[in-house]
Write a new protein. Sequence first.
Length: 891
Amino acid sequence: MALNCGNSTRINIDMVRQAVEKLQMNRAVVTLMMIAEHLKRFYPIERNIDILKIELKDKLDHAVSIGLLSRCSRDGYCLSTFRHEAYNQKSDLTSFWERYYKSMDSNKLTRKESYKAQRKNYRMEKKRVANELLSSLKDPTVVVMSDWLKVRGTLKSWTKLWCILKPGLLLLYKNPKIKSNNWIATVLLNTCQVIERPSKKDGFCFKLFHPLDQSIWAPKGPEKESSGAFAQLLPKNYLIFRAPSQAAGKCWLDALELSLRCSSLIVRSTSIVPRSPQHDTRTTHETQWSDADYEKHFNDQDLDDISQPENGVVADAEISASDSESEGSIKDDEDNINETPYVADENEILGTAGEVVAELQDDQKSLIWFLVKQVGASGMDLSKVVLPTFILENRSFLEKIADLAYHADLLSQAVLEDDAFTRMKGVVKFYLSGFYKKPQGLKKPYNPLLGETYRCYWQHPNGSRTFYLAEQISHHPPISSFYVTNRQDGFTISSTIIAKSKFYGNSTSAILDGVAVLTMLPRGEDYSMTMPYAHCKGIVMGNLSMELGGKVNIICEKTGYYTELEFKLKPFLGGSEQMNQVVGRIRLGKETLASISGYWDGQINITDKRTGQESLFFNPTPDVRKNRLKKYTVPLEKQNDFESQKLWQAVTIAINNEDQIAATEAKTILEEAQRERAKDRKLIGQEWIPKYFIQDIITGNWIYRNADIRPWDPRNDVVQYENDYIVRTKTRHKTPIMRTGSIVAADPQAQMPLLQAESRSSLSVLKSSKRQLSSNLPLTETGQDSGSSSAEAHSDSSQSVGKRRRSQSRLVNSIKEIENQILEQNEKLDRIQRMLEQLGMRQRTQREQNYNTNMMKNFVDTIIVIVVVFFVQYIMKIWARNNIDSVKETW
């Protein structure tokens, strides 16, 4: 009789003898259960352990009958060759195994080599188990059972969930659509027990629980989701299910029992590799180490890291680790990185190409009319007007800016190009690829609140990630700063945008004033890019529509290439084919190299001026939209209170539910809270300081605090990651980060306070920096004097020191003169300010006097008119009475 195994291996008498022999290393008697578990572990058998024991019983009885084994108890067996020694002469048992080990000295390995083999097998086995579990989890064909089940929550209320049973796992979904946004939770079955639960209600009830009251939930989902979809609160250490019928419940119990058994098949020993006599020898030798030897060995050395002596020098024997082991340790370092958890963003809505038109209802038109009158009467800036919620898009402006980076892989390709003209075309192509994504209908994003932030990243096919970080650094005027970085692919983007608006009666324009700077790190090239404006028309008459307009420049000063783009507005008598047009040209000096024409939300063509050949430049087809980079965002429960999605969560939910009243109330609460915070800061005289961006006191540009502009070094840089809005790079060796600092502060210690000093007035910061510089210079001179005194014999050095001191004194005098001039200018400005205030007071007094005089004149005129009216009425009455009397006399 033979046993069929999962790998088509037939267990014969020799295998049984070897199994008993291995298990009798430390004990004389082995049981049927031990042999079955051992064979199942070393020879992967796709059978239930109980069935294996039944089939193995016949084989063991046959081994006893032929004299290979002896029955030592009811279920115990031992080798017949030393059965007598095992029970009657225990001292001889030790000598027996000593003779056994001495026979294998020819193939004996050193302990160091054995330890390296263990490390290698450990890493291979860990990766194999993880890959098997991951493939089992993601493979849609590996399903034991799936059906609807009712699940009881913590509050004893039932909900219907779609349950998928896999080997060792139970996945809960909201519906049969297997998507990340439908996943709720995952139960780890390897720590659970299942039991039938009595119930008075219809159906079949059973309970899945942890015997020690520990958590049964997996920390992440099948797609590495850190949080599941919204559902009722579920218990921590158990779960109660209800099947619709008795038969369905029994099927679930059997399936759960099978899945619980199958979960142990994933973790197997490394001995499943093809066996050979040499392999058996190594295994046998490694097991000869005593417990004390193993404990001492692992106390001295760590399993994952190369040990180092106290002096910090690595031992020669330990440096000789293989490349595969080094790669494994680097992978472990990546796993230990403390970074922000992200999940795939599935809630994405794309508008259709063409004209964006919105039909307003009567009540909405009346509200728009009210806003138009308010703006027209007071001359107020449109950005200060509180807009109604029915024209709001369900996301913040900081999140909308991120749409420009969905095709960041185009920049990755452009960086690799050796031709400057091709790189410019790649930059222009990336620029135009960021406009076709628009909402359904005419919508405006939320105005970001002061201090609001947003972050996300896009995953590239090569494994790199493009991170996007944004912060609202000012509210009046509204200023937004953002930073995009992917050092591994060699580019960063930094920009500050000031949102302005202009009102033209029946139309309005939203202007994004600012310059975005794209830097190609390996080439040292900066591309400055401006933005078009959004034009909305039909506010008073016609349909409400939106389009882009204006001229845009993309300039690279280093190479001399620049691009001119024009977003054209639809003419008054134009048709739909003239909607959303964009034209442009790429130039080098005065020569035009290529021309661009098409639609910014559709197909764009490029024509080479040298050859006259026209080709497709960019077209957002359904395939392009489907295959663009995947966006990942931070789950709501992991976001800070001032992150965009969490901050506007109540407004977004109300807009999605088309509840304009609730949206208006939630929006009002946020705006009132912002006003209260502004009042509190004003009372204590505190100015707002952005958290992640600082302002250059010379240029006025806002710079990301943790910007890293070093080109990617594949020998040193491992991975780029983000944690708490700080983008870091995991390196093999510590490397200083290059930042763009101000040239005002010569002393590095004096530079950081200057950069951190945030103020609305750059002049005050500049003056303070000069005072710090002048105060630091004497200290520098003193240090140079002490250094020069030790080298009096060198006349050249003393002369150079004297020159430096004279130049520094001239610099100090120049700075003092500039300070005096600044003070004089300030005094003049103060005098002008006082004169303007006095003139304003006189004008107000004169207006009040004129107003009072006009009021008196109007009052007197009114009295005169009233008296004249009464007098005329009196005369008319007398005249009428006389006429009546004369008529009576005549009659």
